[in-house]
Ligand binder design. Structure first.
Ligand SMILES: Nc1ncnc2c1ncn2[C@@H]1O[C@H](COP(=O)(O)OP(=O)(O)O)[C@@H](O)[C@H]1O
Ligand SMILES: [Mg+2]
Length: 462
């Protein structure tokens, strides 16, 4: 897209290059911070990067020939071509807008759009009327403030449709062009993901408060009753105290689960590095579940490899939490007199582990590792319970999600167990799979990368 005549050079200006480079580097750093979730640092760095980039672009526009921006060969082989590539390659859409008179709406034109902006606004490489590509009055107003008010302004720009997106349009003044036209840089930052995360956070807080308030309200109700008409009724008092204890325990379970979840999330990006022998850890967790299984009349069958084979880099307490949660679910949703099987094997690839083993059931991967390791330890926990209907499977690891109809009575849980399992498996760079069919039981599979030493031992043993 060649720049218009009025932007032709007056004098060479060299300062734009380091400024633009600093801006570009700043934006790249912002992308890295975004990926690692460092929100506060990101905000300040973005502001700095945009200031540098805007200043660079302003100097460039007033000091250079148009072809440099389009990558066409320029007369003097300076740093123009790389700059054109930098601007075009930036992931954030950038638009340069020019205008002459404030009251001439059709005089506002976009004179440059980088590749991202061309894709976003679906425009070709030529210039055009601004109102033909941006119709949102608030965004246009923000651009006007930058053009004619000389101040930075921003507005939210929402794109409806199947792939709805929310962008923040930030307009900054670029001063006057050589022909007296006003110039502004409009940068769009995609905040769709940010919005989604924010909504999840708000929903999470609302759910957590609701879940805590229910037992709390019940406790308050019973305290009132005990102080009132049940004061002299010994039978009622014992019954109410029993319910109150159960509610207090429920609150304490909820708080424990919430705390574990936030602890796990806090260091989810740091892979654990302790040596954990899965056979031992699984055996301990299964032993701990034995009294509950006995009380429910459910048989626990476990098949574990010998010690020293299933060694992973892990966090033992978290591994035990995974097994406890899955065994606890299997027991909870098993019929009386049923059986739960716990099987640990070594050496499968990620593809083999996630292929499942029960073709008669619906299978869904709830988590798969980003980078496949060579060999995995695979833990499968199966029950003969009522199973889970297909439509619920994708939501199982959402916080507080419980299948309707299974919520009440002694089976009440926190709805956080599988979310915890997924986050722990993710921290261990592993995967999680569910296979289930209504009336046909459920199998959960967790697979975790084996230590290199263990891989060698498994290869030798087989
Ligand atoms: N083995 C299973 N059989 C049937 N349904 C299950 C099983 N495991 C989990 N679920 C369903 O998934 C939901 C979420 O599980 P989880 O996160 O552990 O929460 P909960 O605290 O309810 O156990 C459960 O409420 C239940 O509806
Ligand atoms: Mg559970």
């Amino acid at each position: 897209m060649p720049l218009p005549e009025p932007l032709a050079p007056r004098r060479p200006e060299r300062l734009w290059w380091p400024l633009a480079a600093a801006g570009g580097a700043g934006l790249a750093a912002v992308a890295v911070l975004a990926a690692t979730g460092r929100a506060e640092l990101m905000a300040s760095l973005t502001a700095l990067a945009f200031v540098a980039l805007s200043a660079g672009l302003a100097l460039f526009l007033t000091g250079r020939q148009g072809p440099a921006l389009t990558g066409e060969p320029a007369q003097d082989a300076g740093p123009q071509a790389p700059f054109a590539e930098v601007v075009d390659g930036l992931p954030d859409p950038l638009l340069v807008v020019s205008a002459m008179e404030a009251d001439d709406l059709t005089g506002r034109r976009y004179i440059f759009a980088n590749r991202s902006a061309r894709e976003l606004l679906r425009v070709g490489p030529s210039q055009g009327l601004l109102i033909s590509v941006i119709r949102d009055p608030q965004v246009l107003e923000a651009i006007d403030e930058a053009l004619f008010g000389g101040i930075a302004a921003e507005s939210v720009y929402e794109i409806a449709g199947v792939q709805a997106r929310v962008l923040r349009a930030q307009a900054r003044p670029l001063g006057a062009g050589p022909d007296g036209s006003r110039l502004a840089l409009v940068a769009f930052r995609d905040e769709t993901e940010l919005r989604r995360v924010e909504r999840t956070r708000v929903d999470f807080l609302a759910n957590a408060s609701h879940e805590l308030r229910t037992p709390l309200a019940s406790l308050s109700g019973f305290i009132e009753t005990l102080r009132g008409h049940a004061r002299e009724d010994e039978g009622a008092r014992d019954r109410f105290l029993g319910i109150m204890q159960a509610q207090a325990e429920r609150m304490s379970r909820l708080i424990d689960d919430l705390m574990s979840l936030s602890r796990i999330e806090l260091n989810e990006h740091v892979a654990p590095d302790d040596d954990v022998d899965l056979s031992c850890a699984v055996r301990d967790a299964v032993d701990a579940a034995a009294p509950l299984a006995r009380a429910r009349g459910v048989r626990l069958d476990s098949t574990l490899p010998e010690r020293g084979l299933a060694c992973i880099a892990g966090d033992r307490d978290q591994i035990i939490q995974v097994v406890q949660n899955l065994v606890d679910n299997a027991l909870k949703y098993s019929p009386d007199g049923g059986a739960v099987s716990i099987a640990l094997t070594c050496g499968a690839t990620a593809a083999q582990a996630s292929a499942g083993e029960r073709s008669d059931l619906t299978r869904l991967s709830l988590l798969s590792p980003d980078h496949a390791a060579e060999a995995y330890a695979v833990l499968r926990i199966s029950d003969q319970g009522a199973g889970i209907a297909r439509e619920h499977l994708p939501r199982l690891t959402e916080r507080f999600y419980r299948v309707e109809g299974q919520k009440s009575g002694e089976r009440a849980g926190t709805g956080l167990g599988l979310a915890i399992v997924k986050h722990i498996a993710n921290r261990h760079r592993g995967g999680l799979l569910v296979e289930s069919g209504e009336g046909r039981g459920t199998t959960f599979t967790v697979y975790l990368p084996l230590r290199a030493r263990a891989q060698a031992a498994v290869a030798k043993a087989s």
